[in-house]
Write a protein that binds this ligand. Structure first.
Ligand SMILES: N[C@@H](CCC(=O)N[C@@H](CS)C(=O)NCC(=O)O)C(=O)O
Length: 510
């Protein structure tokens, strides 16, 4: 194959590996990077340096660009010294960044107007395969351009696919990466199920490697995973956590524009986001399953700092959180607010909750207020799928009752109770509060006529959130004897193992 004058802009990990490969193949390679200091190592290998993108264009027949995001591509092509500033007849651009298809669809016409040709050509595979010419190339553009470039592409890739017009390669790349990116977490979860087996890292990876669910990319890294389990972090970093987050965001944006939900990708993103928030965004994404495995002790009793619950002893909203934490078995430090001294209406408490109300939850510095918000957080973070599953319909069915607990039960039953016990009439006289509370009770009674639990067919956050103010309704002079199904439901709830009782005995008004 003829040696070509090739320019490459964007000498990150992948760009540099490609330059190494091209030089090895004997091509004349000119490089440009926004940060010129990153070019030194490549010049030692024989690459020439261009000081501007337009200089790179002048020195090359084929220009490869591989950048981290859309804004960088825009600047490179449209910027002051960018590629689009001069005519480029006969040249060919190969845009290899992982971006959404529309980035290519928008850029291609501007490139064609300069007389050059344009293809999107993202690749599967990371640094190792790039250096060894073992990538998987995904091409979009004119078929004629693809055919004339194929000899070169074949020297970079173990397989090359032409997928259709400009943007098609990018679409396939997002789809392929989606499967890879969600596998990290499932691998970690699978490993954590094996923990009681106490296998050596070598044996564990050897057996796991035989699973038909093991993706190719992960299989290639099993050796590194063994090292990681022995305490050696994966290095050099091939694909970092923040790059994964960027990719999943692109997938989700693309899917949204097509009206398609991607629930698995969404869940994977939230887990990668969490890792990044912990300051580990630069780590190789392969560390994610390793850490999941290592730290997947029993979440309820691990040595993590205890949760803090700012609460009141007669507070029904605090009681909701106590119930859930009791059922999950979560340890927490109770911090009782001095309501007589109005501690909850002053700093420093109002810095935690500007509403000046309990409950407030502090999970190792993450502060949340509002009982419903705290219930959802605790259920999802520590309670598995039992209390608030991630299925959209089931979530909504439970949330209906969280809403009823926060409106009719709180502003009806609770305000009646507070008026009677404290002579504090928040939204009007007793009868008004009682009447509003009865709207909630009637809805519950109707549901419980045919169901044991308020939502789904098992106890969930719905039951936990509604319990406290229904149980204490007699304190607000609401007689529950007209609601036999509710009374039986209260008993059913109390019989759930570890269901905590109220801190202050019920005062019965009847
Ligand atoms: N929507 C809030 C309501 C919280 C609330 O009303 N808390 C009461 C105790 S149960 C409180 O702190 N009241 C103090 C006050 O209003 O002075 C939630 O669900 O957490």
């Amino acid at each position: 194959m003829d040696k070509l004058k090739i320019g490459l802009a964007g000498t990150g990990r992948m760009g540099s590996a490609l330059v190494e490969r091209l030089l090895l193949l004997g091509h004349s390679v000119t490089v440009w990077n926004r940060t010129p200091s990153k070019l030194t190592a490549l010049t030692h290998l024989g690459a020439q340096v261009a000081t501007t993108p337009s200089e790179l264009l002048n020195k090359s027949d084929l220009i490869m660009t591989i950048l981290t995001h859309e804004a960088a591509i825009h600047a490179l092509y449209h910027g002051q010294d960018g590629f689009l500033k001069s005519a480029a007849p006969g040249k060919l651009f190969l845009e290899m960044s992982t971006v959404r298809p529309r980035v290519h669809e928008q850029l291609a016409p501007a490139v064609l107007a300069t007389g050059a040709a344009y293809m999107d050509f993202p690749v599967g595979g990371t640094v190792g395969p790039a250096k060894a010419g073992q990538l998987f190339g995904l091409a979009g553009g004119l078929e004629a351009d693809f055919k004339r470039t194929l000899p070169l592409l074949n020297t970079l890739c173990r397989r090359v696919e032409y997928l259709g017009p400009v943007g098609s390669g990018a679409r396939m790349k997002l789809a392929m990466n989606l499967m890879m990116q969600i596998c990290w977490q499932s691998f970690g979860e699978a490993l954590s199920l094996c923990k009681p087996l106490q296998l050596s890292p070598e044996r564990l990876m050897d057996i796991m490697g035989e699973s038909s669910g093991m993706p190719h990319g992960l299989k290639l890294r099993l050796g590194m995973m063994v090292d990681a389990l022995h305490g050696t972090p994966i290095a050099p970093v091939n694909f970092d956590v923040n790059s994964v987050r960027k990719d999943i965001n692109l997938m989700l944006d693309e899917a949204q524009s097509m009206g398609i939900p991607l629930p698995m990708a969404e869940m994977a993103l939230s887990l990668f986001d969490k890792v990044s928030r912990e300051g580990r965004g630069d780590e190789d994404c392969g560390m994610l399953p390793m850490r999941w495995y290592e730290h997947s002790g029993d979440m309820r009793v691990s040595k993590r700092p205890a949760l803090k619950l700012f609460m009141g002893d007669v507070s029904g909203n605090s009681y909701k959180l106590r119930i859930l934490m009791g059922l999950i078995g979560l340890h927490y430090e109770p911090i009782f607010m001095d309501f007589q001294a109005h501690e909850h209406k002053k700093e420093p408490f109002t810095n935690l909750n500007p509403r000046g109300e309990v409950p407030v939850l502090d999970d190792n510095g993450t502060v949340l207020w509002d009982s419903a918000a705290c219930l959802i957080y605790l259920a999802r973070q520590y309670g598995g799928h039992q209390w608030y599953p991630s299925d959209p319909l089931q979530m909504a069915q439970i949330t209906q009752w969280l809403s009823l607990a926060a409106t009719e039960l709180q502003c009806g039953l609770q305000y009646a109770r507070r008026g009677v016990l404290r002579d504090r009439w928040t939204l009007g006289p007793l009868e008004k509060a009682q009447a509003f509370g009865e709207v909630g009770l009637k809805a519950m009674e109707q549901q419980l006529q045919n169901h044991d639990w308020l939502a789904l067919n098992r106890p969930t956050l719905a039951d936990i959130a509604c319990f406290p103010y229904v149980e204490s309704a007699p304190e607000g002079q609401t007689d529950l004897s007209a609601y036999p199904h509710i009374l039986r439901w209260l008993e059913r709830c109390r019989r759930i193992p570890n269901w905590p009782v109220r801190l202050v005995p019920l005062t019965r008004f009847a």
